[in-house]
Write a protein that binds this ligand. Structure first.
Ligand code: TXA
Ligand code: MG
Length: 360
């Protein structure tokens, strides 16, 4: 009822952050809310999700309204066990192998849907995206609610995904009743999405589980050719590819160059922008720190992590982009964090920068 009021007259509801470990009553209220077709934000190992009963079409539609999500962009259905035949059909050998190896974990599998999954959840598609997250709170929530939970990332559409309860609150305060706090997301980037329709193995979104990980199970698996396209205008194989993603408030660019050219570039941009941010590797921090002291307006430097620590980079990417917003940066220069553009970090970084990448 409260959420219906929000939709129709924009009433602001109270948003409670629930401490899973110390607030049993709060947690029970979350389960009740889900059972009543309401919305609960919860942690997973990848990013936070904004969840509702996946088999209740009215509950699912609320997610689209709250997130301002396009209705043709389907949701991932989160389950707490490996019994996918309740929700999907025509399941091939390869799918079972993937599930055996990677579930629970950051892998979402697209399959032909069973009737029980409403078209509101799949945005009209005949396929459903299934994932068993590797996070105790998420698994408990699904089990105790008694149904699968549809959940996209818990951000307003177009913004970076949220990797902490605080970031969910920033985007969703007044729009949801409950955010379960499960501290910082371990991986920080959304799951790998793979289509296993016809048992083919096409990766639609790169993630923590890489193409090579997948190939160890399905040797013929391939990356969908257009995962790094700016926008896929015609009907894409995965609707999410059509939309703007992860954008900070300021303009953003990725520079592939040496320090000297990056310094010249930033100096030049200070004629047009008041508050420039730099996203850099820890190894390069000192250069920007010293360089900043030579400028009339200091730059805001955020270290995303170390070059060889892939997990640190992935965990900090969205949080770093959101920090630039907190700092009021109107222009962000990111180092090119790695040369493999098909990996999840570069895929998200490119989208955040609206594909503005310059080699100097
Ligand atoms: O890690 C994750 O996957 C997180 C957590 C909360 O589980 N969820 C997430 O959801 O990232 P979302 O909605 O932000 O991204 C889901 C992506 C979208 O690009 C969507 O288009 C695609 O999966 N997708 C969902 N169902 C699909 C389907 N049936 N066919 C093709 N693509 C699908
Ligand atoms: Mg998302």
């Amino acid at each position: 009822m409260a959420i219906n009021l929000y939709i129709y007259i924009g009433v602001c509801m109270e948003t409670n952050i629930i401490d899973f470990y110390n607030d049993k009553n709060g947690y029970n209220s979350c389960i009740e809310a889900l059972k009543y077709g309401e919305i609960v934000v919860f942690p997973t190992e990848t990013v936070y999700g904004i969840g509702a009963n996946a088999i209740d079409k009215n509950a699912v539609l609320k997610i689209f309204d709250i997130k301002c999500r396009e209705k043709d962009n389907p949701l991932i259905v989160h389950i707490a066990d490996k019994e996918i035949s309740k929700y999907a059909k025509n399941i091939g050998e390869g799918t079972y192998k993937l599930i055996e190896k990677f579930w629970p974990g950051p892998l979402t599998i697209i399959l032909e849907k069973m009737e029980i999954i409403p078209y509101e959840t799949t945005a009209g598609l005949e396929t459903v995206a299934l994932r068993m997250p590797n996070h105790q709170i998420a698994l408990d929530l699904i089990k105790e609610s008694g149904f699968p939970i549809a959940a996209p990332s818990a951000n307003i559409s177009g913004r970076p995904s949220a990797t902490s309860a605080k970031r969910c609150f920033d985007d969703l305060n007044g729009k949801v009743n409950f955010i379960i706090d499960g501290s910082q997301s371990y991986i920080g980037l959304e799951s790998t999405v793979i289509s296993m329709v016809n048992d083919e193995g096409v990766i639609l979104r790169p993630g923590h589980i890489t193409i090579n990980d997948i190939k160890s199970v399905i040797p013929n698996a391939k990356l969908y050719g257009r995962i790094n396209d700016k926008f896929v205008k015609d009907k894409p194989i995965s609707p999410g590819l059509k939309y703007k993603h992860y954008a900070p408030k300021g303009d953003m660019i990725i520079l592939k160059s040496d320090f000297k050219n990056i310094a010249l570039y930033i100096k030049d941009k200070q004629c047009f922008y008041k508050n420039i941010g730099v996203l850099c590797l820890r190894e390069n921090y000192k250069f920007y720190y010293d360089f900043s002291k030579t400028l009339k307006n200091e730059i805001k430097i955020i270290v995303i992590g170390s070059r060889d620590n892939y997990l640190e980079l992935s965990r900090n990417l969205f949080e770093s982009i959101r920090k630039f917003d907190d700092l009021g940066c109107d222009f962000i220069v990111s180092e090119c964090l790695c040369d493999d553009f098909s990996n999840a970090i570069m895929n998200r970084l490119l989208k955040a920068a609206a594909h503005n990448l310059i080699t100097l």
